[in-house]
Design a protein around this ligand. Structure first.
Ligand code: THU
Length: 128
């Protein structure tokens, strides 16, 4: 699985976003160490606060399929923005050194960072 293929899967997942309130479509493709990919999109809710981000949907998909070790995540979002704080925390539970590929709405890689750089001094399973 190349980075560009992973980005393409995130881009495809963004098309499934249920985002009638924000109209901000986000897709994620999480690459497991097994080589399997788990996708997610944001799923909004009329109560707003119950909205789930694409990245956390992808984590849930993976864990439900018995995958807990990850190599990289590609995120597809307008302008190639970075994951929210809640998603950084949830990703860091399983993969504090995850490669995070941020791509835009055209499938172009905007930048790559490690989750450790996005969430330094994380609180995780080894913190207690
Ligand atoms: N969103 C994500 O899916 N991932 C993020 O990391 C940031 C925000 C979604 C949530 C909401 O549906 C929309 O983007 C606007 O915040």
């Amino acid at each position: 699985m190349t980075d560009q293929e992973l980005i393409k899967m995130a881009h495809g997942a963004a098309r499934q976003a249920y985002a009638p309130y924000s109209e901000f479509h986000v897709g994620a493709a999480l690459l497991g160490k097994s080589g399997k990919v788990f996708v997610g999109c944001n799923v909004e809710n009329a109560s707003y606060g119950l909205t789930i981000c694409a990245e956390r949907v992808a984590v849930g998909m993976a864990v439900a399929c018995a995958e807990r070790d990850f190599e990289a995540i590609a995120i597809s979002v307008k302008g190639g923005g970075s994951p929210c704080g809640a998603c950084r925390q949830v990703l860091s539970e399983f993969a504090p050194d995850l490669r995070v590929l941020m791509s835009d709405e055209n499938g172009k890689l905007v930048r790559e960072m490690s989750l450790g750089a996005l969430l330094p001094e994380n609180f995780g399973p080894k913190s207690f």
